[in-house]
Design a protein around this ligand. Structure first.
Ligand code: FES
Length: 87
């Protein structure tokens, strides 16, 4: 479905929950638009992590996307039915 800005609204899952985004937008932006700030958990401290630099340098936004680990969600474009999981 296209919105008034001629963007295609699509759905995807994050940790098993189906949510909506705009096709082609960065995954991290789609998560933020859905109120999701914590994309992964720090393996050392257990603290939640999310977008920090937004340009692919810090790796704080990593997630598993369609079974591929360590995908930087600030760089990867959203596609229909993507399966995204926290790390
Ligand atoms: S937010 Fe820094 S690499 Fe994605």
């Amino acid at each position: 479905m296209e919105n008034q800005n001629h963007e295609k609204e699509i759905s995807f899952t994050f940790n098993g929950k189906r949510i909506k985004g705009i096709e082609g937008q960065p995954i991290a932006a789609a998560l933020m638009a859905n109120g999701i700030r914590a994309i992964r958990t720090c393996t050392v401290t257990g603290e939640p992590r999310g977008i920090y630099c937004g340009i692919g340098h810090c790796y704080e936004c990593r997630a598993t996307v369609n079974q591929k680990r360590n995908i930087r969600t600030c760089l990867k474009c959203l596609e229909e039915n993507m399966d995204i999981k926290s790390e």
